[in-house]
Design a protein around this ligand. Structure first.
Ligand code: KG4
Ligand code: ZN
Length: 337
């Protein structure tokens, strides 16, 4: 494995992130400039606003990442950036910056897939990625993937409509909570009763590993129309949040269990922003303990968007001899598997 020090840049959505990593997994610095507050008044991410703010944030952020890592740009061996999937105007900023730096320093550039960054994040620091079933749950994606090793993926199931994080965020909006609402629902749910209300868990068939969350959102909307006073009390709000969390986490756990049985593997990895959810982490731990399966969880900081996970994905691809030409376009729809 190459010992090249890597600078990674991530700008696929509303977070500008930069990290410096020494292979296989020593994070020398990992910085995130979040724009969540800027977008919260729009109730979601506005691509042009994200792009403009990536542009403002990126150069000072990269300089600070190098400073915190205690190195200069000349010590870098490669510069990598998220090239997709994501918002085109946002991706363009990080990828263009990385290409410019690669040309200026005369070092390799590598275009990376954001989903792969999430997928490999639970193994940050390992030289090998062992075969496993991965549940990737973020604001933009929900998928079960069979991972045979770095770069070798088969999608087993994915959402047909909203992503799990999106479902949390849309329900949070209905409840009048601030964006991104997944964290708020998770926090309020801690004081609530998950059995208070029964919200639907779609596609229950054992052999179907796809997800659907749009019905849940609709069902919560009807529920709130019928019970407008309920979220106004602290306990009422907590009970709704706990019940919504239960509906989303319940279906994630059940389908992951089915996917692991179908795969014949005995190892699960959880990643993406929703992997920070307390009930999901706890549920996965209980499931794996009861089945004797191995569980890999990224730390909460590595679960949400960051550049350290992208640098780690780069370690594996650079070691396989991969490089990207600087004329490589961004790929806003790039999928894995
Ligand atoms: O991976 P991520 O940072 O960005 C994407 O690539 O989408 O995921 C962000 C998503 C948001 O939808 C946010 O509400 C959700 O992750 N999220 C959570 C929690 N923390 C973040 N959802 C539920 N519970 C949490 N604790
Ligand atoms: Zn993400």
């Amino acid at each position: 494995m190459s010992a090249t020090t890597i600078l990674a840049i991530e700008s696929s959505c509303d977070e500008t992130a930069a990290a410096v990593l020494r292979p296989p997994g020593t994070i020398l610095s990992s910085l995130i400039a979040s724009q969540a507050e800027l977008h919260s008044r729009f109730g979601g991410v506005v691509p042009e606003v994200a792009s403009r703010n990536h542009l403002l944030a990126i150069d000072p952020l990269v300089r600070r990442a190098l400073e915190e890592a205690g190195i200069s740009a000349n010590d870098l061996g490669a510069v990598v950036a998220t090239s997709g999937p994501g918002l085109a105007p946002a991706l363009l900023v990080g990828a263009s910056y990385a290409k410019g730096l690669s040309l200026a320093l005369g070092i390799p550039y590598l275009a990376l897939n954001h989903l792969e960054g999430h997928l490999l994040s639970p193994f940050l620091g390992s030289e090998e990625i062992p075969p496993h079933v991965a549940l990737l749950v973020s604001g933009g994606h929900t998928q079960l993937t069979m991972v045979r090793g770095a770069g070798d993926y088969t999608v087993m199931g994915r959402t047909l409509d909203d992503a799990a994080g999106e479902a949390f965020d849309k329900v949070a909006k209905l409840l009048g909570l601030s964006y991104p609402g997944g964290i708020e629902i998770d926090r309020l749910a801690e004081q609530g009763d998950p059995r208070a209300h029964e919200f639907p868990q779609a596609l229950p068939e054992r052999e179907n590993l796809d997800f659907s969350f749009s019905g849940l959102k609709t069902s919560v909307r009807y529920f709130l129309e019928k019970n407008p006073a309920m979220p106004k009390t602290t306990q009422g709000m907590a009970d709704i949040c706990a019940s919504v969390r239960q509906a989303i986490v319940g279906v994630l756990l059940r389908k992951t269990e089915h996917a692991v049985v179908a795969s014949g593997l005995r190892r699960i990895a959880l990643s993406g922003g929703v992997a920070a959810n307390r009930a999901l982490r706890e549920g996965m731990m209980n499931l794996c303990q009861s089945k004797g399966w191995e569980l890999h969880l990224p730390s909460p900081e590595l679960s949400t968007d960051n550049a350290a996970m992208m640098a780690f994905a780069a370690v594996h691809h650079l070691a396989m001899g991969e490089r990207s030409p600087v004329i490589r376009e961004i790929s806003p729809q790039w999928q894995v598997g």
